[in-house]
Design a protein around this ligand. Structure first.
Ligand SMILES: [Fe+2]
Ligand SMILES: [Fe+2]
Length: 189
């Protein structure tokens, strides 16, 4: 498998973990508890940076190549670049809602729950669409030379959450992910 596609799949697996972490925080909140805002802000901070700067642009590259090679593949597929813009706008809305909740917790409970659910739903739906429609279409249409051309254009910086060096602002989130991974392994034994 081409390096870019391998990275995209790995990043989807990481994003799925991140969304699960967020879902747990939303459940705590909906049950009347206090979410860990360091973790919630970590999820948002990460989604505003790495996927925006590295994940979606790689997909846009593949999408443009797919459209050039096989325009019919777009039939029934939503416009990926527009979908990424929609995701980015929702992520910014979620970030500003969380910012307001931190300053006025009582008044913003409903807004937080609604925007958080929208964010979770849209992100998961987007990933599912890509894995069931976009990725298979790209794998079918693009040949080794196309992938080599795409791979040559990709040069991502290190992932600041899932990479070897974790940024300080993501420390609580990284720990939560490690704890969940460990609980998963122990639960599966
Ligand atoms: Fe995407
Ligand atoms: Fe994706």
């Amino acid at each position: 498998m081409a390096e870019t596609m391998r990275l995209l799949c790995e990043e989807h697996a990481n994003l799925a973990k991140l969304l699960y972490v967020l879902e747990r925080q939303i459940e705590t909140f909906n049950a009347g508890g206090q979410p860990d805002y360091d973790i919630v802000e970590g999820v948002i901070g990460y989604c505003l940076s790495f996927p925006e700067l590295c994940h979606h642009p790689k997909e846009d590259l593949v999408f443009r190549k797919l459209m050039a090679i096989d325009p019919a593949a777009a039939d029934g597929m939503e416009d990926l670049e527009a979908a990424h813009e929609e995701l980015a706008a929702l992520t910014r809305k979620f970030a500003s809602t969380v910012h307001r909740v931190l300053h006025d917790p009582g008044a913003q409970r409903l807004a937080f729950a609604r925007v958080a659910q929208d964010f979770l739903y849209l992100y998961r739906r987007h990933i599912e669409m890509e894995e069931t429609t976009f990725f298979p279409a790209a794998l079918k249409a693009l040949g080794p030379e196309d992938w080599a051309e795409i791979d040559a254009q990709v040069s991502d910086p290190d992932d600041p959450l899932f990479g070897a060096r974790v940024e300080k602002r993501f420390a609580a989130l990284r720990q939560e992910i490690l704890d969940l991974d460990r609980a998963d392994i122990e639960g599966g034994e």
